[in-house]
Design a binder for this molecule. Structure first.
Ligand SMILES: Cc1ncc(COP(=O)(O)O)c(C=O)c1O
Length: 454
């Protein structure tokens, strides 16, 4: 807890309720990523670009639930679709229904590499299923993933998410490091870790392991290390190397899908994977929206029950009704939707750059479309995970806390990111930038006043 800035009187009910939650929910939260907060937030409700805590404090939300709420909180068309489904149709079928067809058709129309899909219940499940599908298709076992990338919390992929430097070995050929405790050692044997944006090193690793390597599970934009875009030629080169070595290319588009473009990063960069994983923006905030998809040839392994995939709740009509409504908005008016998202992000990034430059605070902001992150203490382009990790976390942590205190929320972990939604307005941008300016001034002065090395 940071205790030098916070006015506790604003958070009386929050503290009380959070203490109660902690009595019955381990840590008070049900995800590791939410345990990192400097100050608890206990929600009352969300509305558009804002949420309100139980003390009545309002926050402009640039985290939007870690990305899903691309239309902001409580978007009416999605709520209406879910309510209609639950009141008129039911919430669980476990039989095919029209929504399977409608949503499958819309995903296949939007995402260039997908012909068929299967629905899952979370991003972690989608990536796990994609890895298994690649193993079934190639008859090989190993999967290469990026250092600094999060593909989910399951045993099959929870490695080298944000490993400390002393555990992770050489940057170009990193060691495989379990992301936290309890992960089976046997799973570790199946994971190779590569360096995003180092095509030469990645090629060597793929060639050396080609006989055992089923797939590269690649976030096409390293969005779990802040935001790190692929350097020109990296994805194209990766595609060629995978094809030449009979290794499937899986794009984990759980953050990028339906966000950096309707067709995701594969459309934006013109590089097609063999298998794609989707969640988050796919459902516009509908909990449990997730899918994976590929060509008919690859998906035949699912259709013929050669590779095991299941889930009692997979493709439940409640979720699909929400996804269907989200896809209608995203694809129905894509120029307006993506134009707005990008304009909001551009205004925030432009404003933040101006503030940091005016105050002489060294900072690099990486942006791809509607998502961005700031790396303090950097003056060179941030193109690798380890550079992101080496940025000034102390400045970032205090900066985030000062913004949160003043009603502008983004995640307090520098490896997360800011997201724009269609609910954000230029007035939200102006208000946020005012707070960001104040927070920057406070943190800059405070850190400058400390003796060297403190
Ligand atoms: C790139 C990426 N892949 C997979 C996941 C896992 O998704 P979920 O949290 O829905 O299991 C995440 C979650 O943040 C993610 O960012």
């Amino acid at each position: 807890m940071i205790d030098y800035l916070i006015d506790d009187s604003r958070l009386v009910k929050t503290q009380e309720m959070f203490a109660k939650c902690k009595e019955v929910v381990a840590g008070g939260e049900s995800s590791y990523a939410r345990l990192t907060g400097t100050r608890p937030i206990v929600m009352e409700r969300g509305e558009g670009a804002r949420f309100y805590d139980v003390d009545g404090n309002a926050y402009i939300d640039w985290c939007i639930g870690y990305g899903p709420m691309i239309f902001g909180h409580r978007p009416k068309p999605i709520l209406d679709a879910i309510i209609a489904q639950i009141t008129q149709g039911g919430m669980l079928y476990t039989f095919p229904h029209e929504l399977d067809y409608e949503v499958g058709r819309k995903i296949a129309a939007a995402v260039p590499s997908i012909e068929q899909v299967r629905f899952a219940n979370s991003g972690s499940e989608a990536t796990q299923a994609a890895m298994r599908l690649a193993r079934g298709f190639t008859g090989k076992d190993k999967v290469l993933k990026w250092e600094g990338s999060y593909n989910g919390f399951l045993d099959c992929h929870a490695f080298s998410h944000h490993p400390p430097f002393d555990a992770a070995g050489y940057e170009r050929y990193p060691r495989t490091v379990p992301s936290l405790g309890g992960i089976a050692r046997s799973s570790q044997e199946a994971i190779i870790v590569g360096c995003f944006n180092d095509l030469d090193a990645v090629e060597k690793v793929i060639k050396r392991n080609a006989g055992q390597l089923a797939a590269v599970l690649a976030e096409p934009i390293l969005a779990d290390a802040g935001i790190i875009p692929p350097e020109p030629g990296f994805l194209e080169g990766l595609r060629t190397i995978c094809t030449d070595n009979d290794v499937l290319l899986i794009f984990d588009e759980i953050i990028t899908g339906f966000r950096v473009s309707l067709g995701g990063a594969q459309e934006r960069y013109g590089v097609l994977p063999d298998i794609t994983c989707l969640a988050k923006a796919l459902g516009g905030g509908t909990p449990g929206a997730a899918a994976f998809g590929a060509s008919r040839e690859i998906m035949a392994l699912e259709a013929d029950n050669v590779v095991l995939h299941g889930g009692t709740y997979s493709a439940n009509p409640l979720v699909l009704a929400g996804v269907n409504a989200a896809l209608d908005i995203l694809s129905g008016d894509r120029e307006r939707v993506y134009g707005h998202l990008n304009a909001i992000a551009d205004a925030m990034v432009g404003g933040m750059r101006r503030i940091f430059a005016d105050q002489g605070v060294p900072a690099i902001i990486n942006q791809v479309g509607p998502m961005w992150q700031v790396f303090f203490g950097q003056d060179e382009p941030v193109t690798r995970y380890r550079q992101a990790r080496a940025s000034d976390q102390r400045f970032f942590g205090q900066f985030q806390a000062e913004c949160q205190e003043r009603g502008v929320y983004f995640h307090n972990f520098n490896f997360e990111r800011f997201f724009a939604s269609t609910a954000h307005t230029q007035a939200d941008v102006a208000e946020s930038l005012e707070v960001i300016e104040t927070a920057t001034t406070i943190v800059r002065k405070r850190l400058a006043s400390l003796p060297a090395g403190v």
